[in-house]
Design a protein around this ligand. Sequence first.
Ligand code: FES
Length: 151
Amino acid sequence: MQEVTTEKKEFTPNIVAFCCNWCSYAGADLAGSSRLNYPANVKIIRVPCSCRVNPMFVLKAFQQGADGVILCGCHPGDCHYVTGNYYTRRRMALLFSFLNYMGIEKDRTRVEWVSAAEGAKFSAVMNDFVKTVTELGENKRLTDLRVKEGK
Ligand code: FES
């Protein structure tokens, strides 16, 4: 008789984190050098400024199998390019509400401001975001099925 396994494979979400070079990436660096942990399934993409993230990058991330996308930038007023993160804030508010309308839950996307001195905040934000996305489960919207088959 064949044994039936009831073991459920634990879901590990794919998280894409766009981090601006001047604050958030340095915050991630500080988290690392301070030995504050955050999940290894957070894939950081360094960008010069949060406003460099074209909405198409977020759509592409979901298409390529991301379960959650987070953007991190300098605090409002601290952007290295003066107003970059104001553009990000407005642009992403619109994009995320559009994605929510398309069935990608709003908790799968997030914008956070993390300065270079906030390693602990970076770690806490990433842990919380991964926990939230893990509870939501796998993202099936917008995903290119050929990407999932290749897994
Ligand atoms: Fe960090 Fe613009 S340089 S958000």
